[in-house]
Design a protein around this ligand. Structure first.
Ligand SMILES: *Cc1c(COP(=O)(O)O)cnc(C)c1O
Length: 400
């Protein structure tokens, strides 16, 4: 039984502003005044709690949001960044040095894939990409200089499921860190509860849910977050990908509706997935029993929030994928756009968009068809009506 309840942990937060404002006051300051010179030097040393020094390091609005995320993930601490990539690159760079090695899931977000494959060689860091569902392959890829196993709970765009407890065990046995991107499955899975050492997010997606900003987060042990923010050698402090406090405060408000949104995204996705299946489409959805990751997800998920809002269907060719997406946009199903976790349904052809950084031969190797259409299913009140619209689009498709 999964007794971890992220929604109640968010509900139980008592965060209010200096005048009792029910939404914590927004920090509109880059720097902070000290009444005693001594307190300033103690803050620099990191020995004084509750004092803020400079907003790139920490600021009160970011602290409120970070505390909410740590509560939701069951981690000791968190730090929020100006984008998901800011979180991912900072967390990775904090854990590695020149000449180190990373074992990474092959089907990760295109930007992360590009960072690992094209950027890290600058630092002589090698990455072995593996099928993350093949635990023997993960074990076999580990070398004496391996520092990280990197994966996503639910991978993009193939929606593979990482067996987080098993990967955490492999990491622990080898004294290395398991870093998990949980962007697709907030509330549904809390990777740290299952042994992940660091959890990263693009909050741009489900967590914020409004598509009005990019933002990210890193959740982990207090010691790790403190090290990230260390004024002398912390990656976050020195590279400076901090989130703007105005945004932290707007994201914090949206976190309080995340549990409702995740439920609805999942409910709508399950409806579409089962109906797509009924009309004979080739479909990937972890909520369907035939999906390869279904049983693993069932073991680690919080069942209150369903199997997530992401679906992929295989249209065979890029031409047919494009035709369908254009028809769906015209019919008002949603938008032809990258990104996900929005209240509107979004769809894109993965191979030509969010995974275009992944070379075509690797796309084929990971089983990604050029006709793959990824849906981020929205919060539609009447999903039956949406399905009818999609069916009508299918009936208008012409042979290509
Ligand atoms: C979008 C995304 C990212 C990158 O996040 P940004 O906020 O765009 O920087 C990383 N991982 C996953 C799984 C994503 O979907």
């Amino acid at each position: 039984m999964n007794t971890f309840d992220p929604a109640s942990r968010i509900q139980d937060l008592l965060q209010f502003g200096e005048f009792g404002d029910v939404n914590p006051s927004i920090t509109d300051s880059a720097t902070y005044t000290f009444m005693e010179a001594r307190s300033m030097s103690d803050t620099f040393d990191g020995t004084l709690e509750g004092c803020f020094l400079y907003s790139r390091h920490w600021n009160p609005s970011n602290k409120y949001l970070s505390d909410a995320l740590a509560a939701m993930e069951g981690t000791e601490a968190a730090w929020v960044t100006g984008s998901g990539m800011g979180a991912i690159t900072s967390a990775i760079l904090q854990l590695i040095g020149c000449g180190d090695h990373i074992v990474a899931c092959m089907t990760i977000y295109g930007g992360t894939f590009a960072f690992l494959k094209n950027y890290l060689p600058k630092f002589n860091v090698e990455v072995t990409f593996v099928d993350i569902t093949d635990l023997q392959a993960v074990k076999a890829a580990i070398r004496p200089n391996t520092k990280i196993i990197y994966t996503e709970t639910m991978t993009n765009p193939m929606l593979q499921i990482s067996d987080i407890p098993a990967l955490a065990k492999i990491a622990d046995d080898n004294n290395i860190k398991l870093v998990v991107d949980n962007t697709f499955t907030p509330m549904i899975v809390a990777p740290a509860i299952h042994g992940a050492h660091v959890v990263v997010y693009s909050m741009t997606k489900f967590i914020n849910g409004k598509n009005d900003c990019v933002a990210g987060a890193i959740c982990g042990k207090q010691e790790f977050i403190d090290a990230l923010c260390n004024v002398n050698d912390g990656t976050a402090m020195l590279l400076g990908p901090v989130l703007d406090p105005m945004r932290s405060s707007s994201i914090l408000k949206n976190i309080h509706t995340l549990h409702l949104r995740m439920k609805k995204h999942s409910e709508n996705a399950m409806y579409l997935a089962s109906h797509f299946k009924k009309i004979g489409l080739k479909i990937l959805y972890p909520g369907l029993p035939e999906h390869k990751g279904h049983d693993i997800l069932k073991k680690i998920m919080n069942p209150d929030f369903g199997f997530g809002g992401m679906i992929a269907i295989d249209m065979g060719t890029a031409g047919r994928a494009n035709q369908l997406m254009e028809l769906m946009e015209k019919a008002g199903v949603g938008y032809l756009a990258v990104s996900l976790g929005y209240f509107k349904t979004l769809f894109s052809n993965s191979g030509k968009s969010t995974s275009s950084e992944v070379p075509e031969e690797i796309q084929r190797e990971m089983g990604m068809s050029e006709g793959l259409v990824r849906f981020s299913v929205g919060l539609d009140h009447n999903i039956e009506r949406t399905f009818e619209k999609i069916e009508e689009c299918f009936s208008k498709m012409q042979d290509d």
